[in-house]
Write a protein that binds this ligand. Structure first.
Ligand code: ADP
Length: 441
């Protein structure tokens, strides 16, 4: 339903834009005809028509904006009425323009066809047939009234040499061609549009089903991981008792087994926690966003990762623009992103290297970068590292301490904040993760 609503507004705005082009076209055609082709055209009606079109377009545009903002229930019907009114008015205006510039003799008569195509794209079949019939009635009436002399004929002096508006054979033949072409154009355009719409609906339906399946899958994963996590926590507390020798001393073999179980449980726990975190985030509808101090959050995430850096003998530095202060978002999630990136930078750097976090003003946004001179990412794998569970080949070689979910969580958080994340990396030279975060809502 939302897609349909958006579509009708999009088409209505498209029509407004087309009319600006039409107005420009009339102005250019008129001045070219007068000044370069030296054709005689009665000026006043053209000026009035241009002014009327500008006025109408401004009104239509403002009305559409108003309807889009106000959640009026009947707004779709009103937009449809505006479109119908716009197209009918355009047909009447075109007839007036033609009448004052040669009538049926003016080659611009073919421009009715554009209206028929536009009408067939935007309107229902009945409405587009009615608009086409209106166009034919208008042309027919103009031709008849000029032919019978009821209306004055304004010849295009200097352009059309012989009078055709009073040549009955010409009028009948042109009329027949015009009527058949018009309905045929509507038929062809409508067939193409209906076919395209069928595909669009099928695509929307498939997309919806896919989303529903994804939701069911996520709910399923969340339930399982949640249950497993409960059991792991219970096992971990028992193993910890043994590991910390609270229940008494262990012999060498027992200690070896307990140490291995303790380490594997740690990895399993991290994996389940990351999976639960990512799934919960995918299912989460709302976030707790507010303005928070970004500089303070960067410093906090550095404090949290500081011990790990010291342990690995890596120096952690920051370069934050003095202008950086508040941004809009979920503070805890952004902090989680920064911690993820800092931990990765430390984890995938050999001892003695540097890790730097920078934040600079980028107008409406803030650019944050986490730079390391670590192992880098092999060529051809940078595009994959944000996928769930993906770990690059060189990372797997140096440590099995990783779930391949950290960057998937990071990307999800950044995108749910309307931001962007990307990576630049050279194997054995280092990696830079860049984040662009909007400052405001
Ligand atoms: P992991 O738990 O394996 O670190 P992530 O999702 O955080 O999972 O990262 C996915 C993969 O991206 C990592 O396994 C590693 O191959 C690569 N990666 C992430 N950060 C870096 C980095 N700073 N330097 C080199 N490789 C990195």
């Amino acid at each position: 339903m939302q897609a349909v609503n958006l579509r009708i507004f999009r088409l209505a705005y498209w029509l407004v834009r087309l009319r600006w082009f039409a107005i420009l076209g009339i102005v250019v055609a008129y001045f070219t005809a007068i000044n370069f082709l030296h054709i005689t055209i009665w000026t006043l009606p053209v000026y009035i028509i241009i002014a009327f079109l500008i006025f109408l377009n401004l009104i239509s545009f403002s009305l559409l904006k108003f309807l889009q903002r106000s959640n009026i229930k009947k707004s779709l019907r009103i937009v449809n009425l505006i479109i119908n009114f716009q197209i009918s008015t355009d047909l009447i205006v075109l007839t007036f323009l033609l009448h004052y510039s040669g009538g049926v003799e003016n080659p611009f008569i073919v421009y009715y066809i554009f209206h028929m195509i536009i009408g067939s794209i935007i309107l229902s079949t009945i409405e587009s047939l009615l608009q086409t019939s209106l166009a034919l009635i208008l042309v027919g009436a103009m031709t008849f009234l000029e032919y019978t002399g009821i209306l004055k004929h304004y010849p295009l002096e200097g352009f059309i040499i012989t009078n055709m508006y009073n040549n009955l054979t010409y009028l009948i033949c042109t009329g027949l061609i015009f009527v058949t072409t018009s309905y045929f154009v509507v038929y062809i355009t409508k067939t193409i549009i209906l076919e395209a719409r069928k595909h669009e609906l099928a695509y929307l339906e498939a997309n919806l089903k896919l989303k529903q399946k994804e939701k069911i899958k996520n709910e399923y994963v969340m339930r399982i991981t949640h249950d497993i996590k409960g059991h792991i926590t219970a096992i971990q507390s028992c193993i910890n008792t043994l590991h910390n020798k609270i229940s008494g001393p262990l012999n060498v073999q027992q200690e070896d087994f307990v140490n291995r179980a303790h380490s594997r449980l740690g990895i399993l726990n991290k994996f389940i926690s990351d999976l639960l975190n990512l799934t919960q985030r995918k299912l989460q509808q709302k976030q707790d966003k507010k303005y928070f101090d970004l500089k303070q959050t960067i410093e906090e995430s550095m404090k949290i990762t500081e011990n790990y850096a010291i342990e690995k003998e890596i120096s952690l530095t920051k370069k934050i623009d003095t202008s950086i202060n508040e941004i809009y978002g979920e503070q805890s999630s952004i902090e989680e992103v920064l911690i993820n990136l800092l931990i990765n930078a430390i984890k995938y750097s050999p001892s003695g290297k540097n890790v730097t976090i920078t934040a600079e003003d980028a107008g409406e946004a803030v650019l944050i970068e986490v730079i390391d001179n670590g192992i880098g990412i092999p060529e051809g794998e940078t595009g994959l590292i944000f996928n769930d569970f993906y770990r690059a080949s060189n990372a797997k070689n140096i440590t099995n301490d990783g779930t391949g979910l950290g960057l998937a969580i990071t990307k999800h958080i950044i995108e749910s904040h309307g931001g962007k994340i990307w990576v630049n990396s050279k194997p054995d030279k280092g990696t830079t993760f860049s984040l662009l975060l909007k400052k405001g809502k």
